[in-house]
Ligand binder design. Structure first.
Ligand code: CDT
Length: 312
């Protein structure tokens, strides 16, 4: 029996600061329906899909900060997306800002969920590698305050049995870290979904700006090949509230090859037919982790957070 999953990457153009969640959900519904027409089983939406990328603004009023977060999912604004998914039989990955009370304390996470064709939530991931800074930095043309508004995720990198395969998620900056892919690779992941909001201007090292698109694909293609998994990368693209976000959303095969790529900087759906048995072939016959890895020598990866020089 073949394991074919038809997957869409639903890139979004900019979301204005005053664009309400209901209007955004209408845009998502349009692409969900396009996906159904093109035979999609699953559609991947971007990071923080429901609003503009609010961490670019410094806020001190907790109520204002909380206005960007969802306290339940689905909720009134997103219920139509879940209803349409069930009606059409098309699942989705959705990124959003999550406010939750757990263990008697309030937490804020940059979260993604996986929703099956039934409309049920079958997986949740909370962003681990938070980029940016926690305090106002006046020298920046725009802020990137993810370290102020979110805690690092507390779920690790779980994988889920869904859509006939082994599914994993990460979010934006996570894609730059090889550990993200490998921890899922060690669980036999077959499809890694990720949404991103990537400003073309990187304040800490602007000399890298002209390579932003290259680095985007470089890390995702490497992660796909090295773990024998499909990687679906979905951008929020274009000039959003004056901030230029890269696009080039894509669907990458377990060989590392790009199967489909967005051509615009707006709302655009790309689709690829993904044969999950290609993952099995590459995982078993190219890599065979059990036969070839040497974990006794990998301890430095988890022993410390930063570099430990053997020369000091
Ligand atoms: N959203 C997100 O994680 N963006 C980062 C860029 C952060 S620049 C401070 C990324 O890796 O694309």
């Amino acid at each position: 029996m073949t394991r074919i999953v038809t997957i869409g990457s639903a890139q979004m153009g900019p979301i204005a600061k005053d664009e309400g969640r209901q209007a955004v959900v209408q845009r998502l519904l349009t692409m969900l329906r396009q996906g159904a027409e093109q035979g999609c089983d699953l559609i991947v939406f971007p990071e923080l899909t429901l609003t503009t990328f609010f961490p670019r603004w410094y806020m001190t009023d907790p109520a204002e900060v909380d206005s960007w977060f969802e306290t339940e999912m689905p909720n009134a604004a997103t219920q139509p997306l879940f209803d349409e998914a069930r009606k059409l039989g098309v699942g989705f990955y959705l990124g959003y800002a999550e406010k939750v009370t757990e263990g008697g304390a309030v937490h804020h996470y940059n979260t993604a969920i996986l929703v099956e064709k039934s409309g049920e939530i079958v997986g949740k991931y909370r962003k681990t590698h938070l980029p940016g800074h926690a305090e106002f930095e006046p020298e920046r043309p725009f802020q990137h305050l993810e370290k102020r508004y979110f805690e690092p995720g507390n779920l690790g990198f779980p994988v889920f049995q869904a859509f006939g395969g082994v599914m994993g998620m990460c979010i934006c900056n996570d894609r730059r870290w090889p550990e993200t892919y490998r921890v899922m690779g060690m669980q036999g992941v077959e499809v890694i979904m990720l949404g991103y909001n990537t400003p073309r201007y990187f304040a800490p090292a602007p000399g890298l700006n002209h390579l932003a698109d290259f680095h985007n694909h470089l890390v995702m293609q490497a992660g796909a090949y090295q773990n024998g998994a499909f990687v679906i990368g979905t951008a929020k693209a274009g000039v959003e509230e004056g901030c230029d976000l890269i696009g080039e959303s894509c669907i990458i095969a377990p060989t590392g090859e790009i199967m489909a790529q967005c051509k615009t900087m707006g709302d655009e759906l790309i689709v690829a037919t993904c044969d999950l048995d290609i993952c099995t072939d590459i995982q078993k016959n190219r890599w065979n982790f059990a036969g070839n890895r040497e974990p006794a020598y990998y301890g430095a990866i988890t022993a410390s957070k930063g570099v430990v020089s053997p020369f000091e």
